[in-house]
Design a protein around this ligand. Structure first.
Ligand SMILES: C[S@@+](CC[C@H](N)C(=O)[O-])C[C@H]1O[C@@H](n2cnc3c(N)ncnc32)[C@H](O)[C@@H]1O
Length: 217
């Protein structure tokens, strides 16, 4: 099933108590992405600068950890965060823990922000969950200022081996309940970036995820 596109993805796919969502997310991170939380926090916190758009912020738990890390490790980077997500259920969780950040219900495929609003944007653990990623990437590009940076990660198809058998099962489960669109290949993701006006500056792979630092051309 993992190469089929889920037809169940919508803003109600995440109608779950925020704390259960966070526990499930941690299990998915460990067994499908096979990443550590720490490696993701280190990566995404570096791009918290200026007027920042946090795409697909979910419950805000991950972003709050990145903000804390950035304030310690990247003291020179001042930032103001706007968090966007289309799930009202998750956003209710985010509102409780992200006082001070601006939180808005937005569909990433059709955002209400003006062109060239943001200096930076992150899309953590979101690319492969979005049905209609081309529209979302064009929109993120539109609302970024020229030269603005986008950090993102994408779930790749699991390879062989015992742990990846578990990853495939977790992906199948994610698709069956509408929280995973599909995994991608490294090539298809990288080839699509220029089409949305992005220049890829750096990439690396950790287990089943590719991490990308890009900037708007
Ligand atoms: C796996 S969660 C990631 C949440 C958070 N970034 C994290 O790393 O914990 C994916 C998020 O993408 C959001 N999402 C999926 N499609 C979306 C869309 N078209 N517009 C806005 N948010 C979307 C979901 O509501 C969910 O909060």
């Amino acid at each position: 099933m993992s190469d089929q596109i889920s037809d169940q993805i919508n803003e109600n796919s995440y109608n779950i108590a925020p704390f259960l969502y966070d526990i499930r997310g941690f299990l998915i991170l460990t067994f499908a992405y096979r990443n550590t939380l720490q490696s993701q926090i280190r990566f995404f916190s570096e791009n918290l600068k200026g007027h920042h758009l946090e795409c697909a912020i979910g419950t805000g738990t991950f972003t709050a950890m990145c903000m804390k890390y950035a304030r310690k490790k990247f003291k020179q980077n001042n930032f103001h965060i706007v968090g966007a997500d289309y799930s009202k259920a998750l956003m209710d969780g985010a509102r409780k823990k992200m006082k001070g950040a601006e939180l808005v219900i937005e569909d990433l495929r059709n955002m209400s922000f003006d062109d060239e609003t943001f200096d930076t944007a992150n899309l953590p653990n979101g690319y492969h969950t979005i049905g209609g990623i081309d529209e979302a990437m064009s929109e993120i590009s539109r609302v970024l200022k020229p030269g603005g940076t986008l950090y993102m990660n994408v779930l790749l198809y699991p390879g062989d081996g015992f742990m990846n058998k578990i990853s495939k099962k977790v992906n199948d489960y994610g698709q069956s309940i509408g929280i995973l669109n599909r995994p991608y290949t490294r090539e298809e993701v990288l080839e699509s970036m220029p089409k949305h006006g992005f220049h890829v500056n750096e990439t690396f792979i950790i287990k089943n995820c590719i991490f990308i630092k890009a900037s708007k051309a």
